[in-house]
Design a protein around this ligand. Sequence first.
Ligand SMILES: Cc1cc2nc3c(=O)[nH]c(=O)nc-3n(C[C@H](O)[C@H](O)[C@H](O)COP(=O)(O)OP(=O)(O)OC[C@H]3O[C@@H](n4cnc5c(N)ncnc54)[C@H](O)[C@@H]3O)c2cc1C
Length: 442
Amino acid sequence: MSGIVVVGDGPAGHRLVERLRHHGHDGPVTVLGAEPRPAYNRALLTSVLDGSLTPDLLALPRPPGETRVLTGVAARVLDRRRRTVHTDDGTTHPYDVLVLATGAAPAHPGGLRTLADAPGPDPGPVSVVGGGVLGVETALALRRAGRRVTLVHRHPYPLNRLLDAVPGALLAAHLDERGVALRLGRRVAAQEPGGLVLDDGERVEAATVLHCTGVVPRTRLAAEAGLAVHRGVVVDDRLGTTDPRVHAVGDCAEHHGRAAAGLDAAWEQADTLARVLTGGDARYRPAPAHLRLKAPGLDLAVLGPPDPQGDETVLFTDPARGRHARLTLRAGRITGAQLLGMERAVAALAPFHDHGRPLPAGRFDLLLGRPANTGTGPVELPDSAIICTCNSVTKGALLHACREGAHDLPAVAAATRASTGCGTCTPELLRVCADLLTRKAS
Ligand SMILES: Cc1cc2nc3c(=O)[nH]c(=O)nc-3n(C[C@H](O)[C@H](O)[C@H](O)COP(=O)(O)OP(=O)(O)OC[C@H]3O[C@@H](n4cnc5c(N)ncnc54)[C@H](O)[C@@H]3O)c2cc1C
């Protein structure tokens, strides 16, 4: 038996193997990974940039069971007729089922995607091009590491696709306060040794330039093998491609027109495919969009699509303290939210959004993180609520760790990895732990 071959040892490929074993698959699995090290959580790369984590701490646990993980080996050709994959080290891997988990590559050379792309300890100035989520997180991480950083963004404020102008300006002010030199509404005209030339002629000195201008799904193998490819490898609800023996998950896949949908989607797709491949009747259903910026001291969350449809808007703005909230509702349910500097509101509102539950009448109380319309006590979160986004740790997982004897932050962090990423969840984590312990004691 040839078994399952997974091309790509990123978070999606790794999660797939872990879930396959979890669901009882005991056949042979081979993972081909082009990077020189086994799977790691690249969403935590900015914690390596600021020195709060060493590269080793990003490693994902070794897959259970007899799984062959080959590192530094890239698949070059997919021969669907013979059901084989040929790699750049000259080997051939036959398969019964092939899973493409090849992820995405930076849209521009010099992008930040792998540990190898992270700038070295050279103390020279860094220019970050692109003020989307990755560009903002990267610029702030490098400032925390003491680097001189310029952020060049072609729009008037960062995260312009996700934020209105008011929170956008507050975010720009935050970056400025942290010492990031902003060049907004400017484009790069040329990159030269030692720096960038902007479209107004200004020369920005840079020992390192990092391009954070989006990603492109890696689809070459699939396209050359004649599979349907649009922006990504086209998949159905069961993560199947146009060949019944070939599947795709993670950033390389395009589901209902959406490709490179991020880490949560990659994990969710891998979970679904593992159930499909072990005989289950699972279907992938994308979760509502939920973005939380990973930067200590900057609490920014965007729930829902950039232009949510609504019949009610709740607006709270407090620029003097860098706080802003815009909530859009339809028939009493959240369709979108922009929350800046409103950490408690994020914890209170996200479960209503993520689970499509109607919001209680006391909207403003929820914005301030107080229980709405009810008595006292902390806002109730369901067990599925994610507390640590970096490591996808749910309240349920914290509860389990607490029951197993983890009674303080270091113990909970060791048991679940919660708070070991960007650290923005630490206050919420402390609150949930305190609440759990109070209940345990009563
Ligand atoms: C700094 C940073 C921060 C991020 N933060 C977030 C975040 O907060 N939230 C979020 O949702 N997403 C975030 N992302 C995006 C997230 O990391 C990706 O969505 C996720 O890694 C996708 O996983 P994947 O396994 O599909 O693809 P990848 O992580 O791209 O992994 C694919 C792997 O396949 C390998 N590969 C490719 N082609 C071949 C081949 N032919 N043969 C063998 N191996 C191959 C690649 O080398 C790579 O190791 C972030 C990304 C970065 C870089």
